[in-house]
Design a protein. Structure first.
Length: 225
């Protein structure tokens, strides 16, 4: 698996630099920035501290949908519960959830929001899963660089190699294909007219392991026979 860190509209160069340092320290290298501040300026480079290549090689996008379009599964990060109807995964559960998907996925994205307001509800719904870091006190909250470090440290348990397969398993049996087929079925059944139920079903499906993903494929495929 390949892990991508996606920062949405970061406003403080130092936070981007700190995030780049966290990414490199934990053995990762893939950073994507959506409409960022000056991520190559002196402040960012100072906080990156020997991780300048992460900043220089970062992929830049104007919209989140473009930044995650080629990823097999995406996990939104949130400091607070924005929608009680969604299941917020504890960060400690992520390695197990992601690891259970086996070869049905390759490219994994962790999506981080703005320093002041985080991700919007629409941006969270773009992602397959949503997670949070449990804290004893809400204030003072973690800043962007600290959050990236905690997620990078947690996901390092999966031992994701930084070389090897470079193409996504976007075949008919993969996770992304299952989600796309499921969305079509839900829309055909007009369940998407109830956004709360529609998104809840999708988030539940996103939690399935590899064996269950293949099982869902076998059911969905029968609908088109």
């Amino acid at each position: 698996m390949e892990l991508y860190f996606v920062l949405v509209k970061p406003a403080v160069p130092g936070n981007v630099g700190a995030a780049a340092r966290a990414v490199k320290t934990m053995g990762f290298s893939r950073l994507r920035l959506v409409d960022p501040c000056n991520h190559l300026g002196q402040e960012a480079r100072m906080l990156a501290h020997a991780s300048a290549e992460i900043l220089e090689n970062a992929e830049i996008f104007t919209e989140l949908k473009d930044a995650i379009s080629d990823l097999d599964i995406t996990v939104a990060t949130s400091a607070k519960i924005r929608d009680a109807r969604l299941e917020y995964k504890n960060i400690s559960d992520l390695p197990g959830i992601i690891g259970s998907k086996g070869e049905s996925i390759n490219k994994v994205g962790l999506v981080f929001g703005r320093e002041e307001s985080g991700l919007t509800n629409d941006e969270i719904r773009m992602c397959d899963l949503v997670s949070t870091i449990p804290m004893k006190q809400f204030y003072p909250s973690l800043n962007l660089g600290q959050s990236v470090m905690i997620y990078a440290y947690t996901m390092a348990a999966l031992d994701m190699p930084e070389s090897g397969i470079n193409s996504s398993p976007r075949d008919q049996d993969g996770f992304r294909a299952m989600m796309d087929k499921s969305k079509k079925v839900l829309k055909d059944l007009e369940i998407d007219s109830n956004p709360a139920l529609y998104n809840m079903i999708l988030k539940r499906l996103a939690s399935l392991g590899e064996d269950d993903i293949h099982l869902i494929h076998s059911v969905l495929n029968r609908l088109w026979k």
